[in-house]
Design a protein around this ligand. Structure first.
Ligand SMILES: Nc1ncnc2c1ncn2[C@@H]1O[C@H](COP(=O)(O)OP(=O)(O)OP(=O)(O)O)[C@@H](O)[C@H]1O
Ligand SMILES: [Mg+2]
Length: 266
């Protein structure tokens, strides 16, 4: 690599080094290091309890890492607040539907827009026009414009997933973390959501997806990271992951047996 190449090579958008999160005696995340390049879709999979959601919680500032460092967009964030991390451009959705049930769909998305805004969102009731515009834009983008006045609580599961995504997008992220966005969807909804995520990537937003629905994860991801017991079991291309004996033994094989049991009602 010559000097010009070195100087033009971009630092990763996100870089985590030796991240540990313990709950009592359990290391839910046990020394993970990983990077996310700008523009990529990175997939994360692994058995239940592997520490995937905890890793999201640590990176997004919901819980503090016990050890390790995390850098996002050139700034250390392992001691930063949830607000600050969101305002730097990292937004997320949650594994379980997390919407403000008693608020409208539009109010939920507006809350996301406020959350990502650098001025204190609790400082008054004044709403800037750009936040209202972001709300309308993301409602339409997620296919929810016709439900903007509906209450969020009674929405169907797929609409709640899209609402979480629209709210996250309204905060204007450069990096979007999605925790099991495909879980519980019908095959047709999976296809629709895959299209939506492809369109999000088309907007230049980098994505990290935790997912057990391998059809979607494999089709979307440039790179897949498999976690087990809080550690990285494997990292590579979707094709390499499917061919890895250890991943099949620890995760994919067990998952196949579980799905067969579920299908036969056991
Ligand atoms: N707040 C908490 N307090 C105590 N233990 C926790 C807490 N959150 C997670 N854990 C434990 O940490 C481990 C990792 O949990 P986590 O939810 O990160 O797994 P996961 O990989 O997301 O699993 P799943 O695929 O089922 O969502 C589990 O053993 C879990 O019980
Ligand atoms: Mg989880």
């Amino acid at each position: 690599m010559d000097v010009t190449e070195q100087s033009t090579k971009q630092a990763p958008l996100l870089q985590a080094e030796g991240v540990v999160k313990r709950y009592g005696g359990l290391a839910a995340v046990d020394g993970i290091s990983f990077t996310v390049e700008s523009g990529a879709i990175v997939g994360i999979a692994g058995p239940n309890g592997a520490g995937k959601t905890t890793l999201f919680d640590v990176v997004t500032g919901i819980v503090r890492a016990d050890e390790g460092s995390i850098t996002f967009a050139g700034e250390p964030i392992h001691k930063a607040s949830v607000h600050h991390i969101c305002q730097l451009g990292l937004a997320r959705t949650f594994q379980l539907p997390s919407v403000f049930d008693t608020q409208t769909v539009a109010a939920n998305v507006l809350a996301g827009a406020h959350f990502g805004h650098p001025h204190p969102w609790w400082s008054g009731l004044r709403t800037k026009r750009e936040l209202l515009e972001a709300t309308q834009r993301e409602l339409s983008f997620a296919g929810l414009a016709d439900r903007s006045a509906a209450l969020a609580g009674p929405l169907a599961a797929f609409d709640k997933k899209r609402l979480m995504i629209a709210s996250a997008l309204a905060s204007d992220p450069s990096l979007l973390f999605l925790d099991e966005p495909f879980g519980g969807l019908t095959p047709h909804e999976v296809d629709e959501l895959m299209e939506l995520l492809t369109a999000i990537r088309g907007r230049g937003i980098t994505i990290v997806i935790i997912e057990h629905v391998m059809r979607a994860l494999m089709a979307l991801s440039d790179r897949v990271l498999i976690m087990n017991h809080g550690s990285k079991l494997f990292e590579g291309s979707p094709a390499d992951v499917l061919a890895d004996e250890e991943v099949v033994r620890v995760y994919l094989g067990r998952k196949g047996e579980q799905e067969a049991d579920d299908a036969s009602g056991q």
